[in-house]
Design a protein around this ligand. Structure first.
Ligand code: NAD
Length: 368
């Protein structure tokens, strides 16, 4: 089957969509991330951008121009946009505190949903989203694109096949050399933990999801410490942390040590992001695609071929995967279970730090 035949055949699976009809898409929030999602979607076959929505006129104009090929309608009220019958799939890239209400409204309007991470920033709202998404006949996919990375998929499959033996511990970090731009376009929400969910939920949700994926479980409890350690009240009114350290105890017994900082000097070694997973037979450097056996004198094992290692990252694979689910009705790699578990893992850590005590998964009170 060539690509066109595949698209035509699979399009038949979308309720109400003729086989030769493109998927009509709408975009809510066309800032930094939303612009990328829009560009990447325009590059996919069999898609039409029907509408774009943002409350900031400059962002809306830019998006309408970027999607000029399809002459999209423009909206400032996303609920009005959701009334359009010619929109089958909605992309949401608004500030984090709006994800749940927008995703629920889109699902209830019968749309397929690609919503940026985190799924939500409070346990209660995530619980509501889980109930609606599970009852929905349309696709919900969260924007945790690491799960679509072919190198990570292969390396983590090797862990699951047992290359390191029974897993016992993991160590991961997300270290940056500087704070997010204090005068940047997201300053109206990013530094406010009530809107972003704090940096652990807004950013480290990617890393913590990678930990859940590689470890093959989710945490039972967490304890940790952190706060605004360097950037105190800077920018003024800031409630986001800039550094913390956490310990997670996983349901399958694995212990995870995780740190995030915004003051790792660029020339200090061991910065950036990594995940090391330790088993009884050795350790895997997940990002590096290498296994290091514990046996004395045993050589490291490359888990990727040289071609796989050099392959260009498929940045848009997560969007292509979503559109395929929309067309075929197949299950997304980052559906509601993965999305909710990742967000709750981050929230568990955040609450342990905020409440200065060990917090358990049961304390969050969400059934997934
Ligand atoms: N997957 C990733 O790697 C990744 C990367 C960056 C950001 N993100 C996520 O994407 C989301 C947006 O981040 P960003 O960096 O683009 O922020 P941003 O501030 O650049 O963009 C947010 C946009 O949402 C708009 N908006 C706010 N309220 C709205 C409303 N009620 N209706 C319509 N539009 C509204 C704002 O005007 C703005 O244009 C965040 O949740 C962030 O965590 C994900």
């Amino acid at each position: 089957m060539n690509r066109r035949d595949f698209l035509l055949a699979s399009a038949a699976a979308v309720p109400g969509l003729r086989a030769d009809e493109p998927v009509g898409t709408g975009f809510i929030g066309t800032g930094n991330r939303g612009s990328y999602l829009l560009r990447a979607t325009l590059a996919q076959p069999g898609v039409k951008v029907v509408a774009v929505c943002d409350i900031k006129p400059d962002r809306l104009d830019k998006a309408a121009t970027a999607a000029g090929r399809d002459q999209p309608a423009t909206f400032t009220d996303y609920r009005r946009m959701l009334e359009r019958k010619d929109i089958g799939a909605v992309f949401i890239a608004s500030p984090c505190d709006l994800h749940v209400e927008m995703a629920i409204a889109a699902l209830q309007a019968g749309k397929h949903v690609y919503c940026e991470k985190p799924a939500g920033i409070t346990p209660e709202s995530i619980g509501r989203l889980v109930r609606v998404a599970k009852a929905s006949r349309t696709v919900y996919q969260v924007g945790q694109q690491m799960r679509a990375d072919a190198k990570l998929q292969k390396t983590i499959a090797k862990i699951h096949e047992g290359i390191a033996g029974k897993l016992i511990m993991a160590k991961a970090q997300r270290h940056a050399g500087e704070d997010l731009d204090h005068e940047g376009p997201s300053k109206d929400w990013f530094f406010n933990a009530q809107r972003s969910g704090d940096v652990i939920v807004e950013m480290a949700v990617h890393n913590l999801d990678e930990c859940n994926w590689a470890i093959g479980s989710r945490p039972d409890r967490a304890g940790g410490f952190g706060g605004a350690l360097l950037w105190k009240d800077d920018p003024p009114g800031r409630t986001n942390m800039d550094g913390y350290t956490l310990s997670y105890d996983y349901a399958n017994g694995v212990k995870l040590s995780f740190t995030q900082v915004f003051f790792h000097p660029n020339r200090l070694p061991n910065g950036g992001q990594y995940l090391h997973v330790y088993g009884v037979l050795g350790a895997v450097d997940v990002g590096g695609g290498m296994f290091y056996p514990s046996a004395r004198g045993a050589a490291p094992v490359a888990l990727l071929t040289p071609e796989e290692r050099q392959a260009k990252p498929q940045n848009d694979a997560h969007i292509a995967g979503f559109l395929e689910c929309v067309r075929t009705g197949s299950k997304p790699t980052t559906g509601i279970e993965v999305a909710a578990t990742a967000a709750l893992t981050a929230i568990l850590g955040r609450e342990a730090i905020y409440q200065k005590k060990v917090v358990t998964w049961q304390d969050l009170g969400v059934e997934i």
